[in-house]
Design a protein around this ligand. Structure first.
Ligand code: ZN
Length: 165
C-alpha cells in the first residue's frame, strides 16, 4: 500500500467508525464536531424557525428562550420581580394598617368627647415607581416604633402605676 493510499483508507476508516457510532447512538453528531465547527452551527428557534448564533440565549427575532442559560436568566429575573412585588405588598399593608389605626384612634377620641389627635394619613406618589412606596413604609415603621416606645414609657413607668390601677 502506498503512503497516499494508506492516508485515504485511514481517513475513510475514521469517518466510517464515526458514522457507525452515531448510528448506534454511542455519540451524537454534535459530539463529533470540533469547537470551531460547533460555533458555525446555527441554533434554530422552535417557535419562529429563525436561525440564531450557536450560543444565543434568546431568539433574536421572537425572543423565545433557546438555551439553558437563557432559561436560568429568565427564572432569575422572574424571581427578582416576584420578590419586589412581595416587598411592595408588605409595604402597602404596613401603611394601610398604620392609616387604619390613625383613623380609628381619631374616631375613638371623638366618640369619647376627647380632643382627637392630629389625623395623619400616609400616602406616596405611585408615579415614581416603588421607591416612594418603600420610603413611605420606612416612615410608617419609624412612626410605629416611636409610638411603641412612647406607649411603653407611659405604661411601664413605675410612677404611673397607680394611674393604671
Ligand atoms: Zn424565534
Amino acid at each position: 500500500m502506498s503512503k497516499m493510499q494508506y492516508v485515504y483508507v485511514h481517513a475513510m476508516g475514521n469517518e466510517g467508525l464515526r458514522e457507525l457510532e452515531i448510528a448506534k447512538g454511542i455519540r451524537t453528531r454534535e459530539e463529533t464536531l470540533s469547537p470551531a465547527q460547533i460555533e458555525l452551527q446555527p441554533k434554530y428557534c422552535p417557535i419562529c424557525k429563525e436561525s440564531n448564533k450557536h450560543n444565543a440565549k434568546f431568539c433574536f427575532k421572537c425572543n423565545f428562550i433557546i438555551s439553558k442559560e437563557g432559561w436560568l436568566e429568565d427564572k432569575e429575573k422572574e424571581a427578582e420581580e416576584s420578590k419586589k412585588k412581595m416587598q411592595e405588598l408588605e409595604a402597602k399593608q404596613e401603611i394601610l394598617q398604620a392609616n387604619a389605626a390613625n383613623v380609628l384612634g381619631t374616631l375613638m377620641a371623638a366618640e369619647m368627647g376627647a380632643k382627637p389627635p392630629r389625623l395623619e394619613i400616609i400616602t406616596w406618589n405611585s408615579d415614581k415607581g416603588s421607591e416612594g412606596l418603600f420610603k413611605a413604609a420606612e416612615i410608617t415603621r419609624a412612626k410605629n416604633q416611636a409610638r411603641e416606645r412612647d406607649h411603653q414609657q407611659r405604661h411601664h413607668n413605675p410612677n404611673n402605676r397607680r394611674l393604671v390601677i
